[in-house]
Design a protein around this ligand. Structure first.
Ligand code: PGA
Length: 260
């Protein structure tokens, strides 16, 4: 037992802009029987259009899969053409939402202040935020990893109460490791996760800082999960590319289960 068992172990898939409704339903049908006995909790963050049909199929199959969204607006509703409100994804069947993913920050210019508003809105709508943080390659090369992580945690989680903090999850995803095949070393990962707990502990106290799930993301594959899940401050994974095939995603879940 390498993990602190008061902390959940979570394997979250992030499908990004992949999978139609038909493809999403078929994925869930293949994955469901494979993970019936998973100790690790399985989360799937799917495109908006797939939330409702996938959540419905998960319920019918009684599959242990938590369905989520990949983004939402910070307002409760309003004249925001093309945007989606938290209560809409919640009603469609999303129990959690990825916020602050580096693709949202980089391609869609999302800044910490907006991400903070989204985190607060998600909590208000009773949707669990999965907040993504992480440094770029340039920031790592300039030795700014801790500075960046501290800034993101302080700003993105600004004004959260202890109760609110206890309902969120964090994913540390070094931007240079996302979709590149370059995985951070176990030393890099453990040190970043440990640092995040230290910052959380300064702000909300050690008990909460130790309980919160901090996932690692960035080129997670079946052949690297065993080395990472055993790290003391890692509570699971946020998986992009390798979550698109049920067999490969299941391998990640199975290997994680063997090591917790
Ligand atoms: P990746 O993506 O596993 O394809 O690197 C991770 C993510 O973007 O969450």
């Amino acid at each position: 037992m390498s993990q602190n068992f008061s902390r959940p172990t979570v394997i979250a898939g992030n499908w990004k802009m992949y999978k139609t409704i038909v493809e999403a339903r078929s994925f869930v049908e293949t994955l469901a029987p494979l993970i019936q006995n998973s100790q690790a909790e399985v989360y799937l963050s799917v495109p908006f259009t797939a939330i409702y049909p996938t959540a419905q199929r998960v319920r019918e199959l009684k599959a242990p899969i938590v369905i989520g969204a990949q983004n939402m607006n910070d307002a409760s509703q309003g004249a925001f053409t093309g945007e989606i409100a938290g209560k809409m994804v919640k009603e469609a069947g999303a129990s959690f939402v990825i916020l602050g993913h580096s693709e949202r920050r980089r391609i869609f210019y999302e800044v910490d202040d907006l991400i903070n508003k989204k985190v607060l809105r998600a909590l208000q709508e009773d949707i669990q935020p999965l907040l993504c943080i992480g440094e770029t390659l340039e920031e790592r090369e300039k030795n700014q990893v801790e500075e960046v992580l501290r800034r993101q945690l302080e700003k993105d989680l600004h004004s959260l109460s202890k109760d609110a903090l206890s309902r969120i999850m964090i994913a540390y995803e070094p931007v240079w490791a996302i979709g590149t095949g370059k995985v951070a070393t176990p030393e890099n990962i453990q040190s970043a996760h440990h640092f995040c707990r230290q910052v959380l502990s300064e702000l909300w106290g050690d008990e909460l800082a130790q309980k919160i799930a901090i996932l690692y993301g960035g080129s997670v594959k079946p052949d690297n999960v065993a080395d990472i899940i055993v790290l003391p401050d890692v509570s699971g994974f946020l998986v992009g590319g390798a979550s698109l095939k049920p067999e490969e995603f299941n391998q990640i879940i199975a290997i994680t289960n063997e090591n917790i």
